[in-house]
Design a protein around this ligand. Structure first.
Ligand code: EPU
Length: 359
């Protein structure tokens, strides 16, 4: 049982945007008890400070130094809770790297998360953010989420249906924001590989890869045919992501900066009358999801810079740090894009990235 407490902690390595900021305190913990005990001690000494829980820092933007305590989980472990002929329930420590777990799960013959491959971040953050890609959201495979109250240390379990999941949304980002540290996530994974391939371009990309005789995926893999297919799908997803999305190690970014806006069908029809080729997807009763990347590109922002902040040249939904940008620089670009898109299309884009204020 361990905790690490650092004062005046540099955050550069803790956010993929590569923003130079500091936190008054950074607390890393590797168990629920460690977190509770250390937090209680800090409270006794310093009183109530603001708290922010982070994962790998791959979905946040520090707008300045953080005046409170940043919490980071190092709770590890993958535990098979139960197993039937068809599925497994697996509990995973919130501090595990999500993509490492996905790779491990496929090797075990546990399926359902292949399409989420290579999304950066920890397991706990994935459950908070309801990460999603290529037709799958993590809530599709979540069974239960466990958390600890940051106020009184009590534990709480939420069944999937109690988590308020929606597109990039959960109860942990809404009414419970800042109130709990997620400690474990239990996944319900299938033992039968049922690939989800409805996302445009996936089938073609898989066929192309299969036809490569020297594909590393088809070499030396001793697993079942099912497992081989899931590995192939994972590899294809990884290739697509690498081709479209900038590597944060090379250029600071936090993936999609904005959410894809969900508008009424009437609004979408109005826009389609002017822009018949506009991408759009059904999003439930009377609602349509638009592609923020497309709106931003049409507004002429793709590849454009504003000081050290820029719009990525291959995916307009991603804002990048060209080097030395502050959170305020990125925010300035964000606001300019929002204003422009709102004026042109009458749709206000909402950041997907969590903006962290310095007060
Ligand atoms: N598009 C453009 N220009 C661009 C970018 C996109 O015209 O610069 C068009 C595309 O041609 C396509 C549509 O917009 O018709 C949608 O683009 P894409 O399929 O690349 O996905 P996205 O909507 O831009 C979302 C997620 C990504 C996820 C992909 C794949 C959000 C906010 N983003 O992006 O998630 O990987 O779908 O499922 O929902 C993330 O959350 O950080 C992230 C990368």
């Amino acid at each position: 049982m361990r905790t690490d407490l650092t004062f005046d902690a540099p955050l550069l390595e803790l956010n993929t945007f590569g923003i130079q900021a500091k936190a008054r305190m950074l607390l890393t913990y590797d168990s629920e008890t460690a977190l509770c005990e250390r937090l209680a001690a800090i409270r006794r000494q310093y009183g109530n400070l603001p708290m922010l829980h982070i994962g790998c820092g791959s979905n946040l933007l520090f707008l300045g130094d953080y005046p409170g305590i940043i919490l980071k989980s190092a709770i590890k472990g993958i535990r098979l809770l139960s197993e039937t002929q068809d599925e497994v329930l697996v509990e995973v420590g919130a501090g595990e790297v999500c993509d490492d777990f996905i790779a491990y799960a496929i090797q075990q013959g546990w399926f359902g998360m292949e399409n989420l491959s290579l999304i950066p971040g920890q397991v706990g953050a994935a459950a908070v953010q309801n990460i999603g890609a290529y037709g799958v959201e993590v809530c599709d495979v979540i069974h239960e989420v466990k958390g600890i109250s940051l106020e009184d240390g009590s534990t709480h379990l939420w069944k999937r249906d109690e988590c308020g999941y929606g597109y990039r949304q959960s109860i942990f980002k809404a009414e419970l924001r800042g109130k709990y540290a997620i400690t474990y996530v239990t996944f319900r994974l299938s033992k039968h590989f049922q690939p989800k391939l409805q996302y445009g371009g996936l089938v073609k990309a898989i066929e192309e890869r299969k036809s490569l005789s020297n594909s590393p995926v088809s070499e030396g893999w001793g697993g079942s045919e099912n497992t081989l297919s899931a590995m192939l799908l994972r590899q294809v997803i990884i290739d697509i992501r690498r081709a479209k999305l900038p590597d944060p190690k090379e250029q600071g970014n936090a993936g999609s900066f904005f959410k894809n806006p969900i508008v009424t069908k009437e609004k979408a029809d109005q826009l389609l009358a002017d822009y018949p080729t506009m991408p759009h997807y059904p999003a439930g009763e009377g609602k349509v999801k638009l592609a923020a990347g497309w709106l931003i590109e049409q507004a002429g922002w793709k590849g454009k810079s504003l000081g050290p902040a820029a719009v990525h040249d291959r995916q307009a939904l991603v804002l990048v740090n060209k080097g030395g940008a502050t959170g305020a620089d990125i925010q300035k670009l964000c606001e300019a894009i929002r204003k422009d898109v709102a004026e042109r299309f009458g749709t206000l884009l909402e950041p997907e990235v969590n903006l962290v204020n310095n007060s």
